[in-house]
Design a protein around this ligand. Structure first.
Ligand code: URA
Length: 221
């Protein structure tokens, strides 16, 4: 039996899109395996990020520009990549950045440094650097794991102070608790993910999940 009912992105609930493309699902399964090496994990995350960027940017505005083909002049659509900002939640968000930038090389990049207080699991900010003119930009906030939702919610609260044109949140994996927390804080922010796992454990890890994404990307376990 095919466990994925559709090869198209499916809207799991209002504001949540699960990218169910078989290539994304296959690569995610390889990443989840505990014996995947750091280099395998990183390569797969890079590939999945490219594929996810394809879906997440589906509604990006294009404008017609004048070009010359070898045969004649025409007007053809182009994206204004400079209007897009990828905001990485450090450090694991950087694992998604590379793949996304390889398909939208003109995008700008912002970084937010947040760590989870191990006792409270609340997000504490230690770094914030964004491109200028955020009011004119569409933001994709990236972090592989939407777990408690605290970091994502804190990052988006901070970004909203800069009044960007739009904000989307992109993760590889999430769980019902993470979705509920982010939607409670920011019901206007669409969430894109490759999977919604069963639950959070008492340490704020997603089950079955893939472990600590930062450690798996950077080999710091
Ligand atoms: N962050 C991770 O890296 N993994 C989880 O499962 C949850 C949060």
């Amino acid at each position: 039996m095919n466990p994925q009912p559709t090869a198209n992105p499916s809207v799991a609930s209002t504001g949540v899109t699960v990218i169910t493309h078989p290539l994304v699902q296959h690569k995610l399964t390889l990443m989840r395996r505990k014996d995947a090496s750091t280099s395998t994990f990183r390569t797969l995350l890079n590939e999945v990020s490219m594929l996810m960027a394809y879906e997440v940017t589906r509604d990006m505005p294009v404008q017609l520009v004048d070009i010359d083909t070898p045969l004649e002049a025409m007007q053809a659509p182009m994206i204004d990549g400079k209007k897009l900002v990828f905001v990485s939640i450090l450090r694991a968000g950087n694992g998604i950045l590379e793949g996304m930038l390889s398909v939208v090389p003109g995008a700008r990049v912002g970084h937010i440094g947040l760590y989870r207080d191990p006792q409270t699991l609340q997000a504490v900010e230690y770094y914030f650097k964004m491109p200028q003119d955020m009011q004119a930009r569409d933001v994709l906030v990236v972090d592989p794991m939407l777990a408690t939702g605290n970091s994502a919610a804190a990052a988006i609260t901070r970004l909203k102070q800069l009044k960007p044109r739009s904000i989307k949140f992109v993760c590889l994996l999430t769980c019902p608790e993470g979705i509920a927390a982010l939607q409670k804080a920011h019901p206007d922010v669409p969430i894109f993910t490759a999977a919604i796992d069963r639950q959070l454990n008492e340490h704020g890890y997603i089950l079955p999940g893939l472990g600590d994404a930062g450690d798996r990307i950077f080999g710091t376990q």
